[in-house]
Design a protein around this ligand. Structure first.
Ligand code: IPM
Ligand code: MG
Length: 355
């Protein structure tokens, strides 16, 4: 029997609750598909600060690098917000991404038919939306040097090298080949040199993918177009900070931040996590929606372990749970037949795996 080593980082706030439900579903699906998963837990963020005084302990870096893939909950909370920047949970997360070399962050935004009304946009605008935001994750202004804040002057540097743009661009085109074969590259080339290099490089990559249609959009226009007519997009490829902003917008277009997963991939390992945060205000109440994390586990099976049948089973089980009217509290207003707790939702999806 095939066995995979999965590193688990539960994190802070609702992180532990939602990751537990994803593990429940992973156990059900691995049993039914005939492979096994071995989990090892590591600390990060506030949970790590409380125990070790560091947001990203060394054991976490080495442990995750040795695993086949990492399932990640969420980190951060008010308790650690006043720490100096280098101690903050967010700094731990950025250093973690860099250490793992996960340069490509895939953030799908799809609409579940049952939840069309959960979006603030009109149903006819969003029905059928299926966007993949491909965000560069370990470069750009988040990591560029020099950076400084001396109390009078503060600056950061947006920098991309051609190889960095090439590797993220290739990912986007490869994904587009498996989808609707359209890539929209988002930049600010009317103002920024770094964006001009980005745009020129995307044009060069496109020559190797004659079947894929490449378009370019300035980021301000892209933000507007996402809300005006999201169906025009298939794959969006963009840099770190633009992708941070646009992926939040895309998630709200489909109305359900609690449902959307993400994958951060590179050449060494991959990290799978919900796109929502640690929601400390609702932690421990059993009302968090575990679906984004369960769907992240499905992405892990598909992209890192090559177990796409198992991933399909999770997708169908989630759709069935929603179709049958089970909703966690966040979605109670949208055609709920029964409002369930975090762990009940995990049970329902795990049970549907084998049906
Ligand atoms: C995200 C988050 C992070 C980011 C923060 C928490 C550092 O917003 O994953 O989108 O900006 O990348
Ligand atoms: Mg963000």
């Amino acid at each position: 029997m095939k066995n995979y080593n999965i590193s688990i980082i539960k994190g802070d706030g609702i992180g532990p609750e939602i990751v537990d439900e994803a593990i429940k579903v992973l156990d059900a699906v691995s049993y039914s598909c005939g492979f096994s998963l071995e989990y090892k837990e590591y600390l990060m963020g506030g949970a790590a600060l409380d125990v070790t005084g560091e947001p990203l302990p060394k054991e976490t870096i080495t442990g995750v690098l040795q695993s086949d893939a990492c399932l990640f909950g969420a980190i951060g909370g008010e308790k650690w917000d006043t720490l100096p920047r280098d101690k903050r949970p967010e700094t731990g997360l950025l250093n973690f991404r860099e250490a793992m070399g996960v340069y490509a962050n895939l953030r799908p935004a799809i609409i579940y038919d049952e939840l069309v009304n959960a979006s603030t946009l009109k149903p006819e605008v969003i029905e059928g939306v299926d966007i993949m935001v491909v965000r560069e994750l370990i470069g750009g202004i988040y990591f560029g040097k020099p950076r400084e804040n001396d109390g009078f002057k503060a600056f950061n540097t947006m920098v991309y090298t051609k190889p960095e743009i090439e590797r993220i661009g290739k990912q986007a085109f490869e994904l587009a080949m498996k989808r609707d074969k359209r890539v929209c590259s988002v930049d600010k080339a009317n103002v920024l040199e770094v964006s001009q290099l980005w745009r020129d490089t995307m044009e060069e990559i496109a020559r190797d993918y004659p079947e894929v249609e490449l378009s370019h959009m300035y980021v301000d226009n892209a933000a507007m177009q996402l809300v005006r007519n999201p169906k025009q997009f298939d794959v969006i490829v963009t840099g770190n900070i633009f992708g941070d902003i646009l992926s939040d917008t895309a998630s709200m277009v489909v109305g359900s931040i609690g449902l959307l997963p993400s994958a951060s991939t590179g050449d060494k390992t991959a990290i799978y996590e919900p796109i929502h945060g640690s929601a400390p205000d609702i932690a421990g109440q059993g009302i968090a929606n575990p679906i984004a994390t369960i769907e992240s586990a499905a992405m892990m099976l598909r992209y890192s372990l090559g177990e796409s049948l198992a991933a399909d089973k999770i997708d169908s089980a989630i759709k069935k749970a929603l179709k049958d009217g089970y909703r966690t509290k966040d979605l109670a207003a949208y055609d709920a037949k029964e409002v369930v707790t975090t762990s009940e939702m995990g049970d329902i999806i795990a049970n549907y795996i084998n049906k």
